[in-house]
Design a protein around this ligand. Structure first.
Ligand code: PLP
Length: 453
């Protein structure tokens, strides 16, 4: 069986990555004892993904239909990333005061920000309303709080309800938000739920939006589109009952899955947008403003974690490479390896792709627990002390969301671009965390606190 030839875009991206790894090693960005692991972000790849998203919806939307693409900040909570995406015309989807602060720090206006969280406090709700941030209420308790807050909020509130269309699960249970008992949103198919939702809108003329997010990674496109079909039908029903276009904005969520098995970007935004147009013909007739909230699919392919192999050893006949990238950067892969496999690429001490016959080996991280493996029994050129490993497709939900186990520092994140002659230049996105900062974050200012108590 021969593999499909790589597309031009995929082989270009892989080539840029190889050049960036070599440059990171050669320039010393990676390598001295204080930086045994770094994260690299391919700026061109992020821009390309944003442009493909815009183009995909432009292709199917009505000519003057308003479509706001927001970026799910949790996927890469880094201010320069948010600003790059804002420069590419994206807003932000936020789910905590911290994420909202990051969006603001990146200069993203309130009118281009959507707040979705299942646990918004009264203060968060009040501040979002006052600022003009759109928000989607998750449950009846939150709606009751809004009943009290909206009348005194002054400006025109941008409020919707998040519904759970209950269309079912995808391949990863923890990522499936549209199961019958999901913790998110107003369930739509419970007995009496649909009538109650229509009534909730009829009683609140200020409810003008409707939101669903069917899940993240592992959700088949058809299921995502079915969720959108159900949401669109509900909006039509509410508007018919109201006798006016009370719901004017549909927020379709994110969730486009990422291919972690090769350099190809699939499925594409274009495929999904065409499927939406086929499944929900009314969606793109121009009668609704649309919002999307993609995260992983915008950033995953652009990111690479590069780590030094500190030692190579063997145990029980198994080769084991002990590297500096493990659970602190690849939490999901380490704790749920079957759901979140990552490709690992091998590079030599100078940062050139390593060749040699594949040898089955484990690729371990630096954390002090036995399960800290980013790959198990993986055939790779035999890794040796001083080599490097690269964890591919880690631009979303990996290095931007570190785990502070063993007081390991957050690694530096560097954006890279290539000149015409393929010279790589790096720019700092996030400094590596210093030991002083780890100590400060760990209560150093209160060192005597427990003695005095
Ligand atoms: C996580 C999340 C997203 C983004 O999901 P991706 O799979 O990263 O595209 C969008 N909307 C909501 C409400 C989310 O919780």
């Amino acid at each position: 069986m021969s593999a499909d030839p790589m597309s031009h875009a995929a082989s270009r991206a892989a080539h840029r990555r190889d050049l960036a790894v070599r440059a990171a090693v050669r320039s010393g960005l990676l390598g001295d004892d204080h930086a045994p692991v770094v994260a690299l972000l391919d700026t061109a790849s992020v821009r390309e993904a944003a442009r493909e998203l815009h183009a995909a919806f432009r292709e199917v939307a009505a000519p003057d239909q308003h479509v706001l693409h927001t970026f799910a900040v949790k996927a890469a909570s880094l201010v320069p990333v948010l600003r790059l995406l804002a420069a590419e015309g994206l807003g932000c989807e936020v789910a905590s005061p911290g994420e909202l602060a990051l969006a603001r720090a990146a200069g993203v206006e309130a009118a281009r920000t959507v707040l979705d969280s299942p646990a918004k406090t009264r203060t968060e709700l009040r501040e979002a309303l006052a600022a003009g941030v759109a928000l989607n209420a998750d449950n009846p308790g939150e709606l009751a709080r809004l009943d009290a807050l909206v009348p005194c909020s002054g400006s025109a509130p941008q409020v919707g309800l998040r519904v759970n269309p209950q269309v079912g699960a995808g391949a990863i249970g923890a990522m499936s938000t549209a199961t019958a008992t999901s913790k998110f949103g107003f369930p739509l198919r419970d007995p009496g739920a649909r009538e109650a939702l229509v009534r909730a809108y009829r009683e609140r003329p200020w409810l003008t939006r409707l939101h669903a997010h069917v899940g993240s990674q592992g959700i088949p496109l058809e299921l995502m589109a079915e969720g959108v079909r159900v949401v669109h039908a509900l909006a039509e029903e509410v508007n018919a009952a109201a006798g006016r276009r009370q719901i004017d904005t549909l927020d379709l969520g994110g969730g486009l899955p990422v291919n972690f098995a090769s350099d190809e970007t699939s499925p594409s935004y274009a495929t999904y947008a065409r499927l939406l147009a086929d499944t929900v013909p009314g969606l793109f007739d121009g009668s609704y403003h649309l919002v999307t909230e993609f995260g992983r699919s915008l950033l995953a392919k652009a990111g690479t974690v590069v780590a030094r192999v500190e030692y190579a050893k063997s145990a029980g006949g198994r080769h084991i490479a002990v590297t500096h990238a493990g659970a602190q950067l690849a939490v999901r892969t380490v704790f749920a390896p079957d759901a979140w496999p990552l490709r690992v690429a091998a590079y030599d001490p100078k940062g050139h792709p390593k060749t040699g016959a594949p040898v089955v080996q484990d690729v371990a991280g630096p954390c002090c627990f036995a399960g800290d493996l980013v790959a198990r029994e993986r055939p790779l050129p035999l890794l040796e002390e001083g080599d490097h490993t690269a964890l591919l497709d880690t631009g979303a939900y990996y290095f931007s969301t570190p785990f502070a186990y063993n007081s390991l520092p957050r690694p530096g994140v560097y954006g890279f671009t290539l000149t015409e002659d393929e010279t790589v230049s790096f720019t700092t996105v996030r400094e590596p965390q210093s030991l002083a900062s780890i100590v400060t974050d760990s209560g150093a200012a209160h060192a005597d606190a427990l003695l005095d108590a």
